[in-house]
Design a protein around this ligand. Sequence first.
Ligand SMILES: NC(=O)c1ccc[n+]([C@@H]2O[C@H](COP(=O)([O-])OP(=O)(O)OC[C@H]3O[C@@H](n4cnc5c(N)ncnc54)[C@H](OP(=O)(O)O)[C@@H]3O)[C@@H](O)[C@H]2O)c1
Length: 241
Amino acid sequence: MSEYQSIALVSGATRGIGRAIAAGLAQQGVKVLLGARNLEQGKKVAEALSTENISIEAVELDTTNQATIDRLVEQIGREYGRLDILINNAGISLDFYPELSVREKLSKTLETNVVGTAALTEAVIPLLKRSQHGRIVNVSSVLSSFNYRNQKDWIYYDVVMPTYQASKAAVNALTLSYAKQLADQNIKVNAICPGLTATDATDHYGERTPEQAAKIAIKFALLDDDGPTGTFHNDAGSIQW
Ligand SMILES: NC(=O)c1ccc[n+]([C@@H]2O[C@H](COP(=O)([O-])OP(=O)(O)OC[C@H]3O[C@@H](n4cnc5c(N)ncnc54)[C@H](OP(=O)(O)O)[C@@H]3O)[C@@H](O)[C@H]2O)c1
């Protein structure tokens, strides 16, 4: 391992794709802070991973609760003095909850997926600025691509998830804004789509595993200094916004 061990924070890492990103980064030698709304649950996940020789530290993080963000930023500053990688993975999707009104669905989804992402990003920027190679990876979805949504032969053309798609389109907009804002600090900001993956969020639909889904996020977390910023990618390559 090189002398410079990168430090990463992964939001929403107790389950699914976030857990796999956290484990995968740790296996690459990164010091990983596993963000968990419920710290006890996070510690259980870290303990389970330690049996696979994966060393991870659970930290409390609810992206809709500013106090947990502020406490965590203070803790990372005190213990490590910097952050190298932020993975904005925490996300929800409420379109298929008919008991909720559109107002409830949209406000809750935007609060987690967009406001939470922006608030966590803003809070850790001072720590990322102290890194030699700051990286932000926003976990978005190809379902939000305006370009693809206009193509009738696109595989997901018929998918209608208004609140989720609006939220991830906003995540993409944040990606471009922060990429521009942080370009002169060697902080790269990219959006990725992990692909349709069997997790709790999809009722475990399909064949794609969280480990496969995590690969594209890990790739963009570990980008070289000459890598891109302000882009949107999946396994197959560049995604049009
Ligand atoms: N699965 C797919 O097919 C797919 C496709 C494209 C994009 N994505 C995106 O990938 C990301 C992960 O999805 P997933 O399928 O792994 O979902 P998941 O299995 O439902 O896991 C979601 C994770 O986010 C956490 N979380 C939810 N709200 C949070 C909050 N306010 N603060 C902090 N953590 C919070 C959950 O924590 P708790 O355990 O505490 O609930 C959990 O760890 C999401 O952004 C999703 O939109 C998923």
